[in-house]
Design a binder for this molecule. Structure first.
Ligand SMILES: Cc1ncc(COP(=O)(O)O)c(C=O)c1O
Length: 511
């Protein structure tokens, strides 16, 4: 204490009157000047995206060498120069998922409005863990949750909160389900209870890998997952689901959670959600929908019966940083009964006094999920939903689906390409060398190899970006359009690119 006091005195000759000059503080003039320069540079960056490569396709060594290996500096540097340097590094050595021809994984083109919202949120920096620390940010988050629920056709009285992304948006309901359905005091005894080994969870073979992590991290172990087979459209087979639950019950196990997908990661398949809901109800299981990718398509009038059944779920994961076009990071949890989140996550330590007056129950988000301090992620989502409106959002999502249909048609019409699957805005396909018989195992393996190399070359080349899926042993190229910048011309150019690279690889391998 003494030395801190002396340090303070030595900084300010007359304590209490002279301003403190901290190295990280900025004068309003400096903040404005540097900020305007950055916004100008970002404006040019966004404007120039379509003319650039999706990625420079560099090696880790090249990127590290551009960054340099300087040790932590002893002396600080100029903020404007350092920020400009950071801009230059990222501008020259990044993959741009905002590029019109980025169609890999499930990563959206982010709305520029989201970037401005993030700046606003971090400049004000409310802590959305507790209401009194973030009065308006908390209310904006609550309203965003209600808007998302409304958009998906989910009851707006639900609970929910924003998290970092799809994995977390599935983990939170997984934990709420485990707490709600475990027939012992889970929060006290934990997974050391002998009953813990009996918990089983049901998901199709197509569910995203978050479920491996959840079963593993939360103490059930991967053996607790029952992998339910899919039909020829990659949808869960509900007869197999019923059978697996009955078999486990008969064996004295405790089935507690059924997971359906609203848009699987590989092919965009939507599980028979109504049927899964009925089976879950019959057997008293929690019904969770992983709609991280596809749930927003439920807002389309012609989305179909299963997407229009999201309201049957106990919980839903949906990712604003996927098909609501928010910048990373933003996932969203919806849980029908808000009490079930409190049941799973609430603690009230003596050092928090976050209660309001007795008439109001405060909305303290730290009690609804695993995070304690939380940023104001909701600002970007609230702004994006407000500015697009339901109509604008539906139009963008619908256009993405129509562009995927167009890609499917163009691929299907091409003599050396084979269209494999189409679901929501995902299309899978492959290059088919004309002189190779894929019914022969060696031929099938060879075609897989060709397509793996084609995928690598597309990804490094920067003309467009697709990722891959493996479908019953077939290596497929995969495009997923969650990108409001993609045009018809972008999509129509893809078959020619794949054909050119396919022919090149086939010639090189000399089959
Ligand atoms: C269906 C589905 N669930 C979960 C996830 C995981 O989301 P995130 O990468 O945001 O954690 C993904 C990612 O693509 C997904 O497609």
């Amino acid at each position: 204490v003494d030395s801190v006091y002396r340090y303070g005195v030595s900084m300010n000759s007359s304590p209490g009157t002279a301003p403190r000059h901290s190295v990280l503080d900025m004068s309003p003039e400096e903040f404005r000047r540097i900020g305007h320069d950055l916004i100008d540079a970002l404006g040019d960056f966004l404007n120039g995206l379509p003319q650039r490569r999706v990625t420079p396709g560099e090696t880790p060594a090249q990127v590290r060498s551009a960054l340099g290996a300087a040790p932590l500096p002893d002396r600080g540097s100029d903020a404007a120069e350092s920020l400009a340097h950071a801009f230059q590094l990222l501008d020259a050595h990044s993959l741009f998922n905002g590029h019109p021809r980025f169609w890999g994984y499930v990563t959206s083109s982010a709305a520029p409005l989201g970037a401005l919202a993030d700046l606003l949120a971090s400049a004000m920096n409310p802590n959305a863990g507790a209401w009194i620390l973030s009065p308006m940010a908390t209310e904006i988050e609550a309203q965003s949750i209600r808007w998302i629920a409304e958009f998906l056709g989910y009851p707006t009285g639900c609970g929910g909160l924003l998290v970092s992304g799809g994995n977390m948006a599935n983990f939170v309901p997984f934990l709420a389900a485990r707490r709600s359905k475990a027939p012992w005091d889970l929060r006290k005894e934990g997974m050391a209870s002998p009953n813990a080994r009996k918990l089983t969870v049901y998901a199709s073979t197509e569910v995203h890998t978050w479920i491996h992590k959840a079963a593993d991290l939360f103490g059930l172990g991967r053996d607790a997952i029952r992998w339910i087979p899919v039909d020829d459209q990659y949808r869960m087979r509900t007869d197999e689901l019923s059978r697996a639950i009955r078999d486990d019950r008969a064996a004295g196990l405790h089935p507690f959670l059924a997971v359906g997908s609203a848009g699987t990661v590989s092919t965009g398949a939507v599980d028979p959600l109504r049927e899964i809901a009925a089976i879950a109800r019959e057997h008293d299981l929690w019904f969770h929908i992983d709609g991280a990718y596809g749930a927003p398509a439920a807002a389309l009038p012609d989305a179909g019966e299963d997407l229009h059944s999201l309201h049957l779920a106990d919980s839903i994961a949906v990712d604003p940083h996927k098909w609501l076009y928010a910048p990373l990071e933003a996932g969203c949890v919806l849980v029908r009964n808000p009490e079930q989140l409190l049941d799973a996550f609430e603690y009230s330590p003596a050092y928090y006094r976050f209660e309001l007056d007795e008439s109001e129950r405060p909305l303290n988000y730290y009690s609804y999920g695993p995070q304690n301090s939380r940023g104001a992620r909701a600002v970007k989502i609230w702004l994006i939903l407000q500015v697009a409106g339901r109509e604008g959002m539906v139009r963008m999502i619908g256009d993405d689906i129509r562009l995927a249909e167009e890609a499917w048609r163009a691929i299907d019409a091409h003599p050396r390409l084979e269209a494999l699957t189409r679901g929501l805005s995902i299309v899978t396909f492959r290059y088919r060398p004309p002189d190779v018989d894929v019914r022969d195992p060696a031929g099938a393996e060879y075609v897989n190899r060709v397509n793996q190399i084609v995928a690598d070359r597309i990804q490094a080349g920067g003309e467009a970006f697709v990722s891959n899926a493996v479908l019953k042993g077939v290596f497929a190229l995969r495009l997923c359009i969650v990108n409001f910048r993609t045009t018809l011309a972008d999509v129509r150019g893809l078959p020619e690119l794949v054909d050119r690279l396919g022919a090149e690889v086939h010639a090189e391998l000399g089959h």
